[in-house]
Design a protein around this ligand. Sequence first.
Ligand code: CP
Ligand code: NVA
Length: 311
Amino acid sequence: MRKDLVSIADLSVEDFWRIMHTAARLKAEQKAGTARPLLAGKVLGMIFQKPSLRTRVSFEVGMRQLGGHAMYLAPDEIQLGRRESVPDAARVLSRFVDGIMIRTFAHREVEVLAEHATVPVVNGLSDFSHPCQALADMLTIYEKRGRLEGLTLAYVGDGNNVAHSLLLAAGLAGMNMAVASPQGYECDPQVVARARASAQANGCVLRFVADPREAVRDADIIYTDVWVSMGQETEQQQRVSVFDPYRVDARLVELASPDVLVMHCLPAHRGEEITDEVLDGPHSIVLDQAENRLHAQKAVLALLMGNGGAG
Ligand code: CP
Ligand code: NVA
């Protein structure tokens, strides 16, 4: 594995499966009450430039369960890039902590932090990607279906950070993916090219369409995310009108396979990208998905910050 997890593109197929298997094992051990202090005495610094529920709590609880400690660094405290440069913050933090998690706006900040930190850096969401989310999502699908290869995930909505990481993860996992986004809100072409190359190597197909009905037909999983991501609040009105035909409602779900799984990274804007009926309905696995942030990230932390005993 590389030093950092900045993007799913940092992972080989082997790394990806190592994370999945380590996460499954750590989860089973945690449920059985077996302590695994793989990071005893270690400290994770967590830089948050944006709000969070799942990321903050799951990283903090995960570090505790691994015998270590996590430190929350609020936006107003660090003032990353304003009070001091990102490289300086990276070099100084590396003298105190054993790993850094960062949630921020510009993806480049995560890359620069990783380049200048001597300790592992984990991306806890940038405007461009959300790798920890995609790893937790793949773990959840694997638990529910016993495989990833050959399944088809339909992503309906904005070609955003979550969609990018899912595409890269699907390519690694051999999972087909169909993305339905309105014109002007498609996934980044460079991410698509990278994911396609890995899909070709791993025997799966990635499709990009405009019509959500076309994407979900025969899908094993339907996935959606908010139409207005953190930092896009000024575009709210326009986005809500453009994305209106992309709502995941009961009629759309009916077009997919009868045992389709419905996923959402949360937080959800109920009534916008997904209806209450679907989010709270029998196909929804959103809470298992949220829980798996904890287990997937524990695997990442143990593999990057531990002494090799995790994998
Ligand atoms: N899914 C996710 O990253 O949630 P938070 O924004 O609450 O961390
Ligand atoms: N796309 C969303 C994901 C939140 C977890 C955002 O960036 O706000």
